[in-house]
Design a protein around this ligand. Sequence first.
Ligand code: GLY
Length: 391
Amino acid sequence: MKFYNVCAVVLAFAVTSCGSPIKKVIKDHVRNAEVQVKALAAASDNGSEVKIPYSYQNGQIKFVGKSAWTSGFFAGTLWEMYALTGDKTFADYAKRQTENLEEIKFLTSHHDIGFMMNSSYGGALQYAPDLVDQKAYKEVLIQSAKSLCTRFHPGAGIIQSWNTSAKWLCPVIIDNMMNLELLFKATQFSGDSTYWKVAVSHADKTIQNHFRPDYSTYHVVDYDPETGEIRARQTAQGYADESAWARGQSWGLYGFTMAYRFTKDPRYLSQAEKIADFLLTNKTMPEDLVPFWDFNCPDIPNTYKEVTCASIMASAFCELYSITGKQVYLDSADKIIESLAKPEYRAAQGENGNFILMHSCGSVPGGSDVDVPLNYADYYLLEALLRRQKL
Ligand code: GLY
């Protein structure tokens, strides 16, 4: 037997006896997350009061109020942990965290109700439908979709993200693509196509107005709400108006992949793939596929990494692979999942306030939540693991 044949046999034996390398990494992630998330859940729920953890800074867990845009991710994380482990303890915590948010179904003061309710109530229906009152949970989601649609401007064809300010009349941010999942589901649950039509209109306008020729996305587009005329294209969380804020690119990638999942509209798939191409061929993208916080930050590589962006990409790439079968997306998802298992990004057990991942950035220009753990980094990592397991 030639040397390379021997090597091939040894390698095949190693793979079959230990499982594929990515399976081992996923198993290791889950074992670690079991300890971290359970401890964080216990620190956030003493049986009489539920608090919503979103970060860990200066030696303290930071909690948010129900109306914060991040309020649904911890409930979602707990549902994901239940799906990954089958441990009912996670489902019990998840149910309490989820139902704690019920009143949010009437929230109309910003667009993030899609993030909040789809990760919590939507997560329950996705991962543990037999453990919840499905009819009641669907009704919460339908009401939430109704609340989101109060922000739709038919003349402009978009859902307003933030309220009018001194700077913007009717700002729409790329993140808003993520809220459309709630609308698609509301139509599926209710049979009322209104929500679906709003989602499609918003996605179409986003393709039309949010992207540059290289398929990087602006963060904020300010519209005239009556006519749809563009007043400005700017940033809030990026380095500059003309820069590519990292998380925004991943919201676009995930958002258009998700929009394709529901509509099967090839334009949405094409948009997602063009965004993927921008991300994967970007000259500032590090080899480990964990980007810096803005692709155009002049301080790269001496600036912050943005782990939420990597988690969101990993999850989106799993879905993009399941749709297209293109190996590059699977390889990219695996690379990120592997990178995020390293001590560079993943905290040791018992550290980091029991959040799984370190080094995310909420808003670098705003000086808030910079280089810290954030609950949505963990949420999208666990979603990526669940999606990857299925492939
Ligand atoms: N949707 C808010 C953010 O990504 O920071």
